[in-house]
Design a binder for this molecule. Structure first.
Ligand SMILES: NC(=O)c1ccc[n+]([C@@H]2O[C@H](COP(=O)([O-])OP(=O)(O)OC[C@H]3O[C@@H](n4cnc5c(N)ncnc54)[C@H](O)[C@@H]3O)[C@@H](O)[C@H]2O)c1
Length: 313
């Protein structure tokens, strides 16, 4: 945006809204947050306090402070002067459409409204809006104050200019922004994860390996590379001088065979019990809260380390 907004409104302060609020506060914005939930303000302030050491480690912008947060249950007051609005309300079309109508009755007509929706279509969310051209997808990943990725997509009525402005705005706050060219269920990263989960579940169902070994197959194997290079560049690296063209000519036929044999996601919930039992067995010798703490600590170290490597995309 030519004039970068100074105030961001966060509409809905659950898990994702709290992460967004932390992110924007850490980047020096004033944040006006709103949520009608019982005890929402104290929950949000506690979450931001819990999140703050992580964003301090990653580096605060000049002027960044938790004191720049204003909470109000009055939606109109929260969005009236905002230069950017991030909507993170429950994942229901009727809730989001009703919210958009209320936001539009108070916000400036040109202010971009980005929805965090994981699966709803922006074309449906913007249907009936007065200014649908400023409604856009801005899909983050949890914890959204740490994970850089944001997926941006327009609906059928979003203007290309507002998509470009949204991408530039997020990028100016340190986010890694990718463009989803066409609306599709689950956007991009969750579809890639769904492909892995589908196969992981069916490998357990087929008795090929335990839950623990399938987790290890990723976290001690390709997962280590995936945090550094994506699937295509890793494939390119596997091809030596011939790169991806060689690999696909050489291994493509085998991959096509493996792909034909991949499992399908179970149609009933019968699989849940065996997967949950596998996870319990895997966790028997670990302290799960401590596992998550160590994961998040290493995640921050990894993000810090990646910053100093100019040739990593
Ligand atoms: N949880 C995730 O991992 C994740 C990741 C990316 C995107 N998302 C998306 O983010 C959005 C929020 O998900 P979440 O996990 O934070 O849910 P959540 O249930 O933690 O939070 C939703 C919040 O919205 C509030 N709310 C209810 N009605 C409202 C209204 N009318 N106006 C404003 N706030 C209202 C609730 O009180 C609650 O605090 C969803 O669209 C979801 O698809 C979630």
């Amino acid at each position: 945006m030519t004039n970068r907004p100074t105030t961001v409104a966060i509409v809905g302060t659950g898990v994702i809204g709290a992460g967004w609020a932390t992110h924007f506060l850490a980047h020096g914005f004033a944040v006006t947050a709103t949520d009608p939930g019982e005890g929402a303000e104290s929950r949000l302030r506690n979450w931001i306090d819990d999140n703050w050491p992580a964003v301090e480690r990653l580096g605060l912008a000049e002027g960044a402070s938790r004191d720049n947060l204003t909470f109000t249950t009055d939606l109109g007051a929260a969005v009236r002067d905002a230069g950017f609005i991030q909507e993170s309300s429950p994942e229901r079309l009727d809730v989001k459409q009703a919210l958009i109508a209320k936001i539009e009755s108070a916000a400036k007509a040109e202010t971009i409204i980005a929805s965090s929706s994981s699966g709803l279509s922006i074309s449906e969310i913007q249907a009936g809006a007065k200014h649908p051209e400023r409604i856009v997808l801005g899909h983050p990943f949890n914890p959204s104050h740490i994970i850089p990725l944001v997926e941006v997509c327009g609906g059928s009525l979003t203007s290309p200019d507002n998509i470009a402005k949204t991408m530039a705005f997020y990028a100016s706050t340190g986010k890694k922004v990718i463009r989803v060219n066409k609306e599709i269920k689950g956007h991009i990263a969750n579809r890639l994860q769904a492909a892995i989960w589908q196969e992981a579940i069916t490998l357990v169902e087929r008795g090929i390996a335990s839950v623990e070994d399938i987790d290890a197959a990723i976290s001690h194997g390709p997962g280590l590379r995936w945090a550094l290079l994506g699937p295509f560049l890793n494939l390119h690296a596997s091809g030596g001088a011939g790169g991806i063209t060689h690999v696909l000519q050489h291994l493509g036929p085998a991959q096509r065979e493996w792909a034909r044999d991949l499992g399908k996601y179970p149609e009933t919930d019968d699989y849940i019990e065996s997967i949950a039992a596998g996870v319990s067995a895997e966790l028997e010798s670990y302290d799960f809260p401590e596992m998550l703490r160590q994961r998040d600590e290493l995640l921050i170290q990894l993000l810090e380390a990646k910053r100093n490597r100019a040739e990593l995309p």
